[in-house]
Design a protein around this ligand. Structure first.
Ligand code: G1P
Length: 276
């Protein structure tokens, strides 16, 4: 059983300035829910109840969101507005939230290593909340948990991207053992198209085994001088211990304005209008 999910949430969200000047990018709302709430709901759907959030300066709104707001709740008690608080109340009642701060921005690998204190010595999920995922089948992280039960090693979610977009992602190369399931042999962080081992890009969903923390401690800074999770995973991949999984569903890059608008339209049409 994987019980914990780590949310690296210390980044600045500069692409959304000025919106993210005083507000965490994870609190940007797709229709009527902040991005990080979608992430937490996906983790819950995958059976996880321990939400471990790596924050930074200026991120207090995240903690307040996953806490009771007595005054507000008293105000709306007995009115139709109460219904709109149902989901978040359910989250608060069923999960525990723990936080630690990443003091310096030294890359995603560094953010994950900062979360070790919250995760401990057990396998865990990782959600990058600005990759918003939807699926008509199981939610993406649940698909990955099911795969973990079989493979018992680290798993990264992957999708095909146009060759000229590889510079934005970690890119994998490997053997397709079953349709959509790759035993990874190569991983490169943000390669130019000519250096990319394939057009299969890692998106923001991971299941990691806890030995990743020791590996991260031994990993040197990589792309952009930052500690990259992709490089640490490559060490596990050398031992055949990383699976790339072409998830079923759709992912919106809500770290970009275009992806964010697409996600908003999708959610409005598919969920909000139908009262979901
Ligand atoms: C990070 C990872 C990258 C991955 C991406 C998915 O990059 O470093 O390997 O493909 O997330 O969203 P970032 O988008 O934080 O630059």
């Amino acid at each position: 059983m994987i019980k914990k999910c780590l949310f690296p949430a210390a980044g600045y969200g500069t692409r959304f300035l000025p919106a993210t000047k005083a507000m965490p990018k994870e609190m940007l709302t797709v229709v009527n829910k902040p991005l990080i709430q979608y992430g937490v709901e996906e983790a819950m759907a995958a059976g996880m109840t321990g939400m471990a959030i790596v924050t930074g300066r200026g991120k207090r709104a995240i903690e307040d969101h996953f806490d009771i707001s007595y005054e507000l709740e008293q105000q709306i008690a007995g009115t139709s507005k109460e219904e709109q608080m149902k989901d978040i109340r359910h989250i608060i009642d069923s999960c525990t939230f723990s936080y630690t701060r990443q003091v310096e921005m030294k890359g995603l690998g560094h953010a994950i290593l900062t979360g070790e204190t919250l995760v401990g010595n057990e396998p865990f999920g990782v959600i990058l909340a600005d990759d918003y995922c939807v699926s008509e089948e199981d939610p993406v992280l649940l698909q990955m948990v099911k795969l973990y039960e079989k493979y018992q090693c680290s798993i990264v979610a992957i999708e095909e991207v146009p060759a000229d977009q590889t510079y934005k992602y970690g890119v994998i190369g490997g053997n397709e053992e079953k349709p959509g399931v790759f035993r990874i042999q190569q991983m490169v962080e943000k390669p130019d198209p000519e250096d990319a081992p394939s057009n299969l890009a890692i998106i923001g969903r991971y299941i990691l085994t806890p030995d990743i923390f020791d590996v991260l401690r031994e990993t040197s800074p990589g792309r952009n001088g930052e500690l990259q999770i992709t490089d640490a995973l490559m060490s596990q991949a050398e031992h055949g211990r990383v699976i790339g999984y072409q998830f079923k569903g759709q992912r919106f890059d809500c770290g970009s304005v275009e992806g964010f608008v697409e996600a908003t339209n999708y959610c409005f049409e598919n969920y909000y209008k139908n009262g979901k």
